[in-house]
Structures are given as structure tokens and as C-alpha cells.
Ligand binder design. Structure first.
Ligand SMILES: Cc1cc2nc3c(=O)[nH]c(=O)nc-3n(C[C@H](O)[C@H](O)[C@H](O)COP(=O)(O)OP(=O)(O)OC[C@H]3O[C@@H](n4cnc5c(N)ncnc54)[C@H](O)[C@@H]3O)c2cc1C
Length: 378
């Protein structure tokens, strides 16, 4: 089979790896507009479950990924200068660039052709020359735009602003930090992803963003401002920019996932708010799901149909939980009068995927502390 893939991100390369490994006679080409070392963002997060899926799908790249990553089991919530730790949550982080390099090497080893610095401007002419065209071209997907009458996308720009930084301050665990100043409320999502660096995403509502005057601040001045907001948390370390810009989260859904020989996966197809786990996890798991459909079905049309039918409910459930989590952060202001332990409890249960019983199993000491405080007020 001849397979063309637009996008050398995690989704496109991982599908190429799985398919080429199982079907060495396939001719697979990945078109990527950037160079092999260009990337945006810092670290990406995986849960223990995702890692098990990666191990089952491709033990070789899984071994390299797990050699390079940083693991932790705590979520820390910082509020009113107190830190509450909740244990029993298995996560790990790896630099996005390192992950891409691992996947690039694996593609090359298996004989997938990677064409870097190659923009695909016209998706229609590319699809005419291949059996399967995989649009793994990210959140601003060209394919989704060019075939919007087929995919019927819905694009929802959310009101909060967020900006993706790195820092050399190490956050040992997924740390959610809340700080207030005269402008409003700021939340930071941070975690270390190697021995020297953490991701540090700052999120705030529209009003806070406008009050702080960020539209008139340069990149350097924005960092100076936020370093002051999070001075107690950064412990003297700077915020590191990597083409970092304020963005509004874009919630992407598509009514149809495929037509004829074209299918989308990853961020092109759907997004889920970063507070619930990374888009990278969903991108890789999409690639696994699509690959498995091709293993089960005889022809392309049947495989793509099966992919849409079986994967869509999984993604819809995930997006529903991510939506609740996103809404929590959009309304963070209303929770700021809670005590640190109450805030930690509301945060842990915000998406509806974790409840009281789960927390009791994961970290009985946390629940005991919560009960002591909440019970003492009743
Ligand atoms: C600024 C920013 C920073 C981020 N940082 C992080 C982070 O630190 N941690 C994290 O977990 N997630 C991060 N994310 C989210 C994460 O990147 C995605 O959820 C995940 O990478 C999705 O994988 P994907 O393969 O579907 O898409 P992507 O990784 O976006 O890959 C799509 C690829 O397609 C290429 N492409 C697009 N159009 C064309 C075209 N027409 N021709 C050729 N190539 C094309 C792009 O250059 C890109 O490399 C970030 C997102 C953004 C926008």
C-alpha cells in the first residue's frame, strides 16, 4: 500500500512506525514542514496506562521513551502558600523534542521516508497519488480546512489565555499553583520532564489578562511580570521562552473523521484541554487504534469506518471529561476562597473521572486530612 502522511508529529510518525513494522512492503512517506530539530513546547506527559499501551504497540520505541523520562506519583496543589500533595497518580514526562527524535530514528530504522522542510499546500493532489492519505497535521490542519465540507468540523476558541514556558526550577510531580494579584487569578500547570527542566504553563481568564496589560508587553516583559506573580514558586529561576505566545485553547471536534481515502488523527481531529493530560497521549493512542483497524479489516474503506465507529466514543468520553476540567479552570476565580485542602479535593474530582472512593484508595492520608477539616466545620 502507498501511504502519504501530512505531519511529522507524534500521531503521523507513530502510525507510520506501526504500519511499516507490520507491513514492510508498504511505501510510507511523512511530509513535515519543519526541520527535524524544530519544535515548539517543552515536556509532554503520559499516564502509566498510556505507557503500557505504547509498550504493547512497539516495545523498541517504548524502551527508548522510558529510558528518557521522569516519573512521579503525586499531584501537588499550591494555594494560599500551602502545598497539598495527593499521591497514587502515576505519570511521567519527556521532552517533546526528545520524543520526536526517538520516533524519527525509529521511522528511519524501519524504512519510513521522512521528508522534512516540505509543506503540503494542496492536499487534494497528494491524495490522488496514494492509497491512503493520513492527515496528522495538527490543530491548524490544512486538510481539515480544505475538506471542511467532508469533515464538518466545529472549532470553539475558549476564553482563557494560556502560555507555554519552561523553567529550570524542578517541580517533582504535576504541580497546580494558584496565585492572585490586583489583576486577578493565575494558575500554573508545571512538571519536570528531565533532570534540569520543567514545563510551566500559565493560564488566566480574559479579565485577568486584560487587567495585566499583556497585549502591550513584549515577550521579555511578560516573563518578568509572571516571574513576579510566581516568585515564591520559581525560587529565583527564570521562565524560559521557546517562541512562547499567549493563546486561546481551541476545542476541535469533527462530525466525520474520514472520506474516500483520507482520514484525520491527533490534534487535527480533536483536542482536549491540557489540564487533563496531553494531546500527545491521544495522538499516539489514535495511531494505535487506526493501525489496529487496518489489521482487522480487509480494505481501506472498512478500516476507516471501523476507526471512526470504535474510536469516536472513546474520544467523546475523554473530551467530555476534559471539558469539565477546562471549565473548572475557566471559573477558577470562584474557588479561590476555598482552603488549600478543599481546593485540592475539588481539583482532583473536577473532571468527574476521579471520585471520593478513588481518592481514598489512592491516598487515604489525603482523604483523612480532608475529612478532618471539612468534618470539623459541620
Ligand atoms: C505552542 C504549543 C506548545 C505545545 N506544547 C506542548 C507541551 O509542552 N506538551 C504537550 O503535551 N503538548 C504540547 N502541545 C500540544 C501537542 O503539541 C499536541 O497535542 C500533540 O503534539 C498532537 O500531536 P499531533 O501529531 O496530532 O500534532 P502535532 O504535534 O501538532 O504535529 C503536526 C505536524 O504537522 C506539521 N504540519 C502541519 N501542516 C502541515 C502541512 N500543510 N505540510 C507539512 N507539515 C504540516 C506541523 O509542522 C507539525 O509538526 C503544544 C501545542 C502548541 C500549539
Amino acid at each position: 500500500m502507498r501511504i502519504d502522511i501530512i505531519g511529522g508529529g507524534p500521531a503521523g510518525m507513530y502510525f507510520a512506525i506501526l504500519r511499516k513494522k507490520a507491513n514492510p512492503a508498504d511505501e510510507i512517506t511523512v511530509y513535515e514542514r519543519n526541520g527535524p530539530d524544530d519544535t515548539f513546547g517543552w515536556g509532554v506527559v503520559f499516564s502509566g496506562k498510556t505507557l503500557r499501551n505504547l509498550r504493547a504497540a512497539d516495545a523498541e520505541s517504548h524502551a527508548e521513551i522510558t529510558r528518557a523520562f521522569e516519573a512521579w506519583d503525586n499531584v501537588d496543589v499550591v494555594h494560599h502558600d500551602s502545598k497539598i500533595s495527593i499521591h497514587g497518580n502515576s505519570f511521567s514526562g519527556i521532552a517533546r523534542l526528545q520524543l520526536l527524535k526517538i520516533l524519527q530514528r525509529r521511522c528511519e530504522q524501519l524504512g519510513v521516508e521522512l521528508r522534512f522542510n516540505t509543506e503540503v499546500p494542496d492536499v487534494d493532489s497528494l491524495r490522488a497519488g496514494c492509497d491512503l492519505l493520513l492527515a496528522a497535521d495538527g490543530v491548524n490542519s490544512t486538510a481539515r480546512k480544505q475538506f471542511s465540507d467532508q469533515f464538518l468540523p466545529s472549532l470553539d476558541f475558549r476564553p482563557n489565555r494560556y502560555i507555554w514556558y519552561g523553567t529550570n526550577r524542578l517541580f517533582h510531580g504535576l504541580t497546580l499553583t494558584f496565585r492572585e494579584n490586583a489583576a486577578g487569578v493565575f494558575a500554573a500547570h508545571s512538571y519536570k520532564f528531565n533532570q534540569t527542566t520543567s514545563t510551566f504553563i500559565v493560564e488566566c481568564d480574559e479579565q485577568t489578562w486584560a487587567n495585566a496589560g499583556f497585549s502591550a508587553l513584549s515577550d521579555a516583559d511578560t516573563r518578568v511580570y509572571l516571574e513576579k506573580v510566581f516568585a515564591k514558586d520559581l525560587d529565583g529561576q527564570r521562565l524560559l521562552s521557546n517562541n512562547s505566545k499567549w493563546i486561546n485553547f481551541l476545542l476541535v471536534k469533527n462530525e466525520k473523521w474520514h472520506f474516500e481515502n483520507v482520514v484525520m488523527i491527533g490534534d487535527a481531529l480533536h483536542t482536549a484541554h491540557f489540564s487533563i493530560g496531553s494531546g500527545t497521549k491521544l495522538a499516539l493512542e489514535d495511531a494505535i487504534a487506526l493501525f489496529e483497524c487496518f489489521e482487522r479489516k480487509e480494505n481501506i474503506a472498512a478500516a476507516l469506518q471501523e476507526f471512526e465507529e470504535t474510536r469516536k466514543p472513546v474520544i467523546e468520553e475523554y473530551q467530555a471529561a476534559a471539558y469539565e476540567s477546562m471549565r473548572w479552570f475557566e471559573n477558577a476565580r470562584q474557588y479561590m476562597n476555598q482552603s488549600p485542602i478543599e481546593l485540592a479535593y475539588t481539583l482532583m474530582t473536577r473532571s468527574g473521572r476521579v471520585n471520593y472512593e478513588d481518592l481514598q484508595k489512592r491516598d487515604p492520608a489525603f482523604i483523612a486530612e480532608y475529612e478532618t477539616e471539612v468534618g470539623s466545620r459541620q
